[in-house]
Design a protein around this ligand. Structure first.
Ligand code: BES
Ligand code: MN
Ligand code: ZN
Length: 489
């Protein structure tokens, strides 16, 4: 498990700056203003910061970016990072500054000399998130990154403000670890075990096994897993931090590997399908965050864990399965498996918990990548109020999200010749017909959002707050949605 670096907040001691070993970061405002710490560094280096502030490389920096100076004269430090940041930075600039500082880290200790500006907790959050590294499968000695200290006024107050954000960072790291993990290690059984271990955080965790799902009539989910030697499972995580009101529900697609089944995917790029449990990974990360920061709300997270493999027992194209709801589905393409899994888990969630709202997440369609690329998750909803609240939370967190339509015309494309519906609509509007399919398993009065995260769960390049690989997209937005809308102020 990848640990979130602890970040200490300490009182600023100006007289110690000269002797500080390791790496140091100072901040300067865009117009070259310095706080007491930066002024001290400026004096020790005989006015280097004053000169830097007037020159092009610094002037060209965006807020939150910085430049490095090695072996600053007059100081014991090995390297100095000068970050451009206002005294009252935007939320976004503060997190970017934190990410910039994260990229400056090495095994040496790091001291961040702040201007005691506002949003220090956001700087620390950006620093924590961008310090992620997935090294579980590297052999040889791994030298950990050095300790981080943030020097500021009122350190206790700052640490208190940062604590809930550190809990969210823990959740994001949990999601990223799950999504980055290969499928031979993160089997359905291993996934369930890692979720059961969340009991330590105070979550109630239970597992539905195949025999339980058979009794419940979950033919849609079970059909997907029947070609795998790994057992299908549903894991239910409950956080009861509120009163006795009905919970909010999160549901995640957890296909630990998606070969496509008998409708086999092409070889090129198939290795990326280790991330096809991204929806489940995000649900798990949010539940961990909520538990760690002891959220004052009732929330339940459900994940459907299956492996989509082609063997002698695998589901065939043309098979008809019966869902827990009772509707029959003609499986035209075994590679459209995520919606089959979600159909049964979403129905179960509604029957069992009568949630006030339900949001499902899934790496559901390649088509959403064609539509929106890698910067926005596809958002589908039957409820404008809930959708507006979610979009507001995503926007505040800087997690891209874009709403796409649902409409009866698309639903018509799911008509089957022999069953109640088929599991694909055709090439046109592939993400929308997938959403329409899911909506058939959402009760009419159930406020619901479907998030298609196929393009955002895993990136091939570094992003602002994550190195390449799993992003943890959604953990922050969903945690914020619960905080802003479902917890007492
Ligand atoms: N897991 C895939 C979708 C996916 C594609 C996720 C690329 C991440 C990156 C999903 O199960 C799938 O195979 N969808 C098919 C649906 C089609 C058969 C209607 C697709 O998108 O091609
Ligand atoms: Mn598939
Ligand atoms: Zn899939």
């Amino acid at each position: 498990m990848t640990d979130v670096s602890p970040i200490e907040f300490h009182d600023l001691d100006l007289d110690k700056i000269k002797e500080l070993a390791g790496r140091i970061c100072v901040v300067m405002t865009p117009d070259g203003k310095m706080g007491p710490a930066a002024r001290r560094v400026n004096r020790l280096t005989r006015g280097k910061l004053t000169r830097v502030a007037q020159e092009k490389p610094f002037l060209a920096l965006k807020e939150g970016e910085g430049l490095t100076m090695h072996y600053p004269s007059g100081m014991a430090a090995e390297s100095l990072l000068i970050v451009k940041l206002s005294r009252n930075p935007t939320f976004e600039a503060a997190r970017l500054a934190g990410a910039e500082i994260a990229k400056f880290r090495t095994p040496a200790a790091l001291t961040v000399l702040t201007m005691s500006q506002t949003k220090l907790a956001e700087i620390a959050f950006g620093l924590a998130l961008r310090s992620y590294e997935f090294i579980a499968h590297r052999t040889g000695e791994q030298i950990p990154l050095g300790d981080v200290t943030i020097s500021c006024t009122k350190p206790e107050e700052r640490a208190e403000k940062y604590a809930p954000l550190a809990a969210v960072a823990e959740g994001v790291f949990f999601t990223r670890d799950l999504v980055n993990e290969p499928a031979n290690i993160l089997t359905t059984t291993e996934f369930a075990d890692r979720l059961l271990a969340l009991k330590d955080t105070g979550l109630k965790v239970s597992v539905l096994e195949e025999k339980d799902m058979e009794k419940l009539g979950m033919g849609a989910l079970l059909g997907v897993g029947q070609g795998s030697v790994m057992p299908s499972k549903i894991v239910v995580m409950e956080w009861n931090g509120g009163g006795d009101e009905a919970p909010f529900a999160f549901v995640g697609k957890g296909v630990t590997f998606d070969t496509g089944g008998v409708s086999l995917k092409p070889a090129a790029g198939m290795e990326d399908m280790t991330m096809d449990m991204g929806g489940a990974g995000t649900v798990a990360g949010v539940m961990k965050s909520l538990a760690l920061r002891k959220a004052k709300a009732n929330v339940v997270g459900l994940v459907g864990l299956v492996e989509n493999m082609p063997d002698g027992n695998a589901q065939r194209p043309g098979d008809v399965v019966t869902s827990m709801k009772g509707d029959t589905i003609e499986v035209i393409n075994t590679d459209a498996e995520g919606r089959l899994v979600l159909a049964d888990v979403i129905w179960y969630a509604q029957e069992k918990f009568k949630p006030t709202g339900l949001i499902n997440l899934a790496t559901l369609t390649g088509a959403v990548i064609i539509a929106l690329g890698h910067d926005h998750t596809g958002v589908f909803s039957n409820n404008d109020a809930l959708c507006k609240d979610f979009m507001k939370a995503a926007n505040a967190e800087g997690e891209g999200a874009w709403r796409l339509p649902l409409a009866p015309a698309y639903d018509k494309l799911l008509k089957s010749r022999i069953a109640d519906m088929k599991n694909i609509g055709g090439r046109a509007a592939g993400s929308i017909t997938a959403a329409q399919f899911i909506q058939r398993f959402v009760k009419d009065d159930q406020p619901w959002i479907h998030l298609d995260i196929a393009g955002t769960a895993l990136l091939a390049a570094d992003s602002d707050l994550a190195p390449k690989g799993a992003t943890g997209w959604g953990v922050r937005s969903l945690d914020r949605l619960i905080r802003d809308k479902y917890e007492p102020k």
